[in-house]
Design a protein around this ligand. Structure first.
Ligand code: TA6
Length: 308
């Protein structure tokens, strides 16, 4: 693995391998398990932007609770022929895969790390469509998935899906970022408007997403006083998480929804990989594809989150 001057690999027994990035602008950490950004703190204020659970499982046996989980090629529960499937893990399979470093480059504006998952094609993702194209090796699939993490004054996470085969396919996903907000009771989210779906039973059931009965109107003052699991059918790009004494700005691109999640008291306590009061110091604001994106041969799509 070829690393650059500002990137080190931290390996420990029974622990996920982590890239430690330390450049003139910021410090960051990326777990190779899941291609998962765990930490980002710009040197301008040394404030950690991301939240990782004190009980997160970091031995590579379970998706990491916190940071920026990569959900792909589906968001939420797997749905097959319009029906929920109980057999597949939620949020896809790449967050529990080992990722490989493709490239690490330092420049005068920061460090760019490019990663690829072990295998982008797995059960549950029908990337080959109706019959394989001539010359396409069976099981190889026709998708190329790449994650680019740029660590400078800001953190940019870009997930690019490319159709390198001869048949179209559809995918979903999310950059499921957990932000470190210190005190949820002092936190507001700014920048969202329009309708949202509260705790949809099936995220890719487009008929339920479109049905007016399940939709609610985004409040002008977006605060957190209970469990929140909202899919905003909105493509607003710039959001601001305003905590008591600081703000985190989140810019999204390539999404069809913004998902806002806080598990609150009972669910926090019920999750083995979250401390009981974990809900108090985290807020997920996710750049998500809940409606599916279809890529024709040679087309590509990039889902981006830029965190300041
Ligand atoms: O994005 C919100 C959500 O889908 C919630 O419904 C909640 O369950 C959360 O993600 C965490 O999912 P996970 O599979 O990581 O436990």
């Amino acid at each position: 693995m070829q690393l650059s001057k500002n990137v080190e690999l931290r390996s420990a027994k029974n622990q996920v391998d982590v890239l430690i990035i330390d450049n003139d602008f910021s410090e960051a950490q990326i777990s190779l398990y899941g291609g998962h950004v765990l930490s980002f703190a710009p040197k301008s204020d040394n404030r950690e932007r991301l939240w990782v659970s004190e009980c997160a499982v970091l031995d590579g046996t379970k998706a990491i609770r916190g940071g920026v989980p990569i959900c792909w090629p589906w968001f939420g529960e797997h749905v097959s022929n319009g029906h929920p499937s109980v057999k597949r893990q939620a949020h896809g399979y790449v967050r529990t895969q080992q990722w490989q470093v493709v490239e690490c480059v330092d420049s005068d504006i920061g460090t760019v790390v490019t990663l690829k998952p072990e295998a982008a094609v797995n059960p549950g993702f029908d990337s080959l469509g109706e019959g394989e194209a001539e010359g396409e090796a069976e099981g190889e699939g026709n998708v190329d998935l790449q994650l680019t993490v740029s660590i400078g004054n800001v953190l940019a996470v870009e997930l690019t899906t490319k159709n390198v085969g001869a048949t179209p396919f559809e995918f979903g996903g999310a950059l499921h970022s957990y932000f470190n907000i210190e005190d949820i009771s002092q936190t507001q989210l700014h920048g969202l408007s329009g309708d949202y779906l509260d705790k949809a039973p099936s995220f890719i059931d487009k008929s339920s997403v479109g049905a007016s009965s399940g939709l609610q109107v985004t409040p002008e003052t977006y605060i957190f006083e209970k469990e929140t699991d909202n899919i905003h059918l909105s493509v607003e790009r710039r959001l601001s998480i305003r905590a008591a004494n600081f703000s985190i700005d989140v810019e999204s691109q390539g999404h069809d929804s913004i998902v806002v999640w806080n598990p609150w008291i009972e669910k926090s306590a019920a999750m083995a990989d979250m401390q009981d009061d974990g809900y108090q110091s985290m807020l997920c604001v996710e750049a998500a594809i809940t409606q599916g994106v279809t890529l024709a041969p040679n087309e590509q799509h990039t889902l981006t989150q830029i965190i300041r």
